[in-house]
Each structure stands twice: as C-alpha cells, then as structure tokens.
Design a protein around this ligand. Sequence first.
Ligand code: B12
Length: 358
Amino acid sequence: MTDLGRGPVTDLGRGPVTDLSRGPVTDLGTDTLLRFLGYAQSGDRRAAASLAVQLLNEGLTIEDLIGGVLVPAQQEIGERWYRNLATVADEHLSTAVVQAALEAASAASAMGPPSRATAVVACAEGDWHSLAPRFLAEILEASGIRVSFLGASTPADHLSGFLADRRPTALVVTCSVPLYYEGVVRLTQTAHTLSIPVLVGGRGVTPYGLATRLGADADPDAPAGVVAQLEQWAQTPPTALVDAHLSECIADADIDEAAIAAFDVLARGLPLMAAYDEPQRDRTREDLAYILRFARAAVLVGRNQVFSDFMDWQRSLLSARSVPPSALDAGVAALRQVVTHPQVAEVLVRASTVVDPG
Ligand code: B12
C-alpha cells in the first residue's frame, strides 16, 4: 500500500463530486485511486502513467479513467493545498503527475469513430487551469470529435486568426476561477465576430449558471452535453449568436490604488500592520486587491453569490493557515472606506460582517 501520509482529505469513495467525476462504470475501488494518489504525491510520473495505461488495457475507457481517477486526484490535490496540508510546490508536482498519466493514456487510446464536428478548446484569457480543458478535449476526441487544444490562457488577438483559419464547429472555453470572466467574454466575442458559436464551462462558470451570460450559445453543463451540442451544430449551426456585454466596472489601476489606500487605513488602526516591513505591506496590498478583483467579478455578472462564495472560501483558507477570519473582515471594512465605485462598494457592504478597522 502506498504511503499517503495523513491519507486523503476528501472522501474518495463517495462518488461524483462534479460533473466529470461521475465515477467509472467499472468499479475501480478506492485502492486504485489511492495508489494513483500515492504516485501523484510522491511525484512518480512513470508509475502513474503506466497505471493509467494498465487500466485502459484492462478495459477502462478514457472517460472513466478521467472521471474516476484523474479528476478526483486533481480535486484531492486542490483540497490538500486549500487545507494547508500541501504547498504550491506539492501541488505542481502532483499536477505534473496527473498530466503525465493523461498524456500516456491519450497516446494509448484511439479516437472514436470520426464525427463531422470539430472544436477548438481553450482556457479563458488569463486562466492557467489548462487541465480542465485538456480533460474535456480528451473526452471529445474519444467521441470522434477532432479537437485543437490550446492550453492555458489564450489571448483573444491570437485566437482570432487561428479560428478564422480552422473554422471549427465551435469554440469551447473553460474558466476555472471567476477572476477571468472578462477573459471569457473576449474569447466569445472573438468567435462571434467570425460567426463561430461558443460553449463555456468550468468551475468558475457552470455552478453559477453563467455560460450564456458570458456569451455561450448553448448551456450544456457536462462533457456529454458538449459532445451532443457539437454534433448538433455540425448538422445545423445556430443562426443568431448573441454577444455578451459585461457591465462597466472598476479598472485594474483603480483596484491597485484602492488596495494601497485600504492598507493605509488598516495600518492607522492596527499597530501590528503599521510595523510591517515593505514585502509584508506589498503582500497585504496584493491580498486586498485580490478581494476587490473577486468583487469586480461579482459586479460584472450581477451575482453577489460570486463574492459571498469567495468570502466563505477565503475564510476557510485563512483559518487553515491560522489567520483569524476577522483579518479578512477588517480588510473588507477598510476597502469599503476607500472604494468609490458604487456597485463594488455595495458588494463589499453586503458581504461584510461589520468590523471597524479604526
Ligand atoms: C492545478 C491547479 C492550479 C494550477 C493549474 C495548472 C494546470 N496546468 O492546470 C495553477 C498552479 C496554475 C493554479 C493557479 C491558481 N489557482 Co488553482 N487550482 C488547481 C487545482 C488543484 C486543480 C485544477 C484542475 O485541474 N481540476 C480538475 C478539473 C477537471 O476539474 P474542474 O476544474 O472542477 O472542472 C470540472 C467542471 O467544471 C467541468 N468542466 C470543466 N470545463 C468545462 C467546460 C464545459 C463547457 C463544461 C460543460 C464542463 C466543464 O469538468 C470538470 C470535472 O468535473 C484546483 C482545485 C480543484 N478542485 O479543481 C485549484 C483551484 C481551481 N485554484 C484556485 C485558485 C484560487 C488559483 C489561483 C487564483 C491561486 C492564486 N492565488 O494565485 C491561481 C490562478 C492562476 C490563473 N491565472 O489561472 C482555487 C479556486 C477557488 C475559487 N475561489 O474560485 C482552486 C479551486 C483551489 C482550491 N481548492 O481552493 N491552480
């Protein structure tokens, strides 16, 4: 048995976590998953790759390998980092193992019977979470759909010529964190300019039902639905493509300025912060700007929940690192004092449990 240290933090036997991780049709048992996780944690890319290929040889489909092993492994890796049981270096190590296993499995499996549909699959501009679209690309190819996979953060300018050249049935955009909604819209607009329809999904979008709000022309919430939609569009392309328009919001430069001013508010009220050295000040300003960027995301799509989910997520993240939630509340309260953009200010007010930083 592989040494998993403290063991998995998520209940790996509980079945589906998200849509791709619906669990394999063949009962893999948790042993296989634990073995794979052991390789992921120790950074053993070769062992992970050969286990993946062995599972395929034993009859598992690549969809089931992804849904039953690779996605749960990635989620476990994320959970360990979130709970401060793993560092960013550990996460990078494990992600590289999952990637190696996926590459090996991909090379060892055939494409499905050719479909008329083709797709370009890309991350939103700004988004580096390239594994989610890579998994999706593999599932599309297993259904015979030819995919051009573009990896992390694709700039809209560069996508334009590529799409004009390839003319896929559709562009599929993934977005893993709400911070990249503008990056999604830049890509959906680019495709629409060329009359190419778009699908959008990922953990930053699908749970909020925001795909069409961001410019998608249909709203499947799982890879099987993406396959079906692409097949349908290959027969009959959609006629009216409606562009997304996000509300005007606070600019990056104003966010940075507000973060500096909010730090000064905090430093005036909290002697501990007043004594920070310059690197500590910079880090705190970055954290304050990060809060504002999530508030902006919520305003852009008109969903307070995007910000309240961020606050819940951030509270647990901080508490796993022994930072009291009052630190976050104090930051938000300081930002409230300096932010002049009315909608951003309102999102901050709604989210605050009132703490006066002084
Ligand atoms: C690996 C990883 C990274 C790597 C990515 C490397 C790579 N090559 O992909 C790196 C280190 C770059 C990274 C960076 C960051 N990350 Co990160 N990352 C992860 C991690 C651990 C795994 C991501 C992954 O591959 N998941 C597996 C995929 C397949 O699952 P999924 O994203 O949930 O997607 C599912 C569905 O949405 C669906 N789906 C996906 N796309 C589509 C498309 C369509 C059309 C459809 C229908 C469905 C669909 O299929 C998937 C499976 O069910 C996740 C944790 C997690 N639970 O996912 C965090 C996570 C996504 N990251 C997170 C964060 C915060 C960040 C950073 C902002 C951290 C920071 N402060 O810098 C940066 C952002 C950088 C950037 N510019 O993008 C948070 C997001 C939390 C939030 N509040 O939104 C997470 C959840 C970590 C956590 N547990 O808190 N990250």
